[in-house]
Design a protein around this ligand. Structure first.
Ligand SMILES: NC(=O)c1ccc[n+]([C@@H]2O[C@H](COP(=O)([O-])OP(=O)(O)OC[C@H]3O[C@@H](n4cnc5c(N)ncnc54)[C@H](OP(=O)(O)O)[C@@H]3O)[C@@H](O)[C@H]2O)c1
Length: 310
């Protein structure tokens, strides 16, 4: 603000009623480069288009990981009140329209539902440029589908994260579109590495990633809940039973990841001959736990192929 305009405002404040309404300051189109972020994403601006459940999760994870600073983020939703709530919750900028957010972004993180993907892509297509990286987390939406709508060589990386990204324990599968370079994939990987583990795959596996690791937390919450109910049935207080079940699942998962042993070998180490674990396993086999979980992944993967059509 210039000195003369400052003077004008001051003199208005000092004048008698009626007081003029304050002129709203225009939202900054470009955030200042943050001194607090460093590494490959430092200074890059990320537009989160459709900051719903997974978009919010990624914002939270990214801010907590300090790989990006909140001033590097701008978000949109379809609803003004929701956007304002996001701005208050995360202290990030929100844009009144997708075009505004995309215009100044280096990375566009598309987090809308598959059904609204073509509408949003058509909206932002005119201003998207090949210098920008488009990352989509939408289930069932192929890179070829996105590239067909964009009709220009904007690099696209398709990612499938999961909700534990919120606590930086996420699992993300990602694949490159035809214009994406190895550096683009690395940039996407840096984002998702900051909120958990990543694996780069051929695109033909992306629906399976959706069925296994993106839907998986829901399946495993049911397993935790059921284990805890078992604990309650044999007399444990519910909160203790839930903690025992959850930490047991966490520890078992870490054993698989950190020892690199086959899960069957780790299971055998718990199963003393004629011990109690074997009796429990017998019940699991009789109840069809394995086949039920296999079918759950197969069915969730199959459904993932349909999502684009509602
Ligand atoms: N949830 C998961 O665990 C998960 C995991 C991996 C991938 N995904 C993928 O992530 C995507 C979103 O899923 P979600 O569970 O996060 O859904 P969600 O909570 O419904 O989020 C979608 C967001 O998109 C916004 N939106 C709708 N139309 C828009 C438009 N035209 N412009 C800008 N924003 C718009 C919505 O705004 P309002 O809030 O105002 O309605 C909402 O915030 C899906 O494609 C899904 O396949 C989800």
């Amino acid at each position: 603000m210039s000195t003369s305009s400052q003077t004008k405002v001051l003199s208005r404040v000092g004048a008698s009623a009626p007081k003029p309404l304050p002129t709203p300051k225009p939202a900054p189109t470009r955030a200042p480069v943050s001194p607090k972020s460093s590494g490959p994403l430092a200074g890059l601006h990320i537009a989160v288009i459709g900051a719903g459940k997974i978009g919010e999760t990624l914002i939270q994870g990214l801010v907590d990981s300090r790989v990006v600073h909140r001033t590097q983020l701008i978000a949109t939703t379809s609803n003004r009140d929701h956007s304002q709530a996001l701005a208050r919750k995360f202290h990030i900028r929100v844009a009144p329209a997708n075009m505004v957010a995309v215009k100044t972004a280096d990375i566009v993180l598309l987090c809308v539902k598959p059904q609204v993907m073509s509408e949003v892509l058509n909206e932002i297509r005119p201003i998207l440029e090949p210098r920008q990286l488009l990352i989509s987390v939408a289930a069932a939406v192929s890179t070829a589908y996105i590239e067909r709508i964009l009709e220009k060589p904007v690099p696209v990386v398709r990612c499938m994260p999961n909700t534990p990204c919120l606590i930086r324990a996420g699992m993300t599968g990602l694949c490159a579109g035809k214009h994406a370079t190895a550096a683009n994939v690395e940039t996407a990987r840096t984002i998702f590495d900051s909120v958990g583990r990543t694996v780069v795959l051929d695109e033909r596996h992306m629906d399976a990633v959706t069925g296994l690791s993106a839907s998986g937390p829901a399946f495993l919450y049911i397993v935790i809940e059921a284990l805890a109910e078992g604990g309650v049935k044999v007399g444990l207080p519910r909160d203790v039973a839930t903690e025992l079940a959850s930490q047991t699942m966490l520890g078992s998962a870490r054993m698989v990841l950190e020892t690199h042993e086959h899960p069957a070998k780790l299971k055998d180490a718990v199963t003393t001959p004629a011990g109690c674990t074997m009796d429990g396993i017998l019940q699991l086999e009789e109840g069809g736990l394995r086949v039920t979980l296999i079918k759950a992944i197969v069915e969730a993967t199959r459904r993932a192929t349909e999502l684009l059509h509602g």
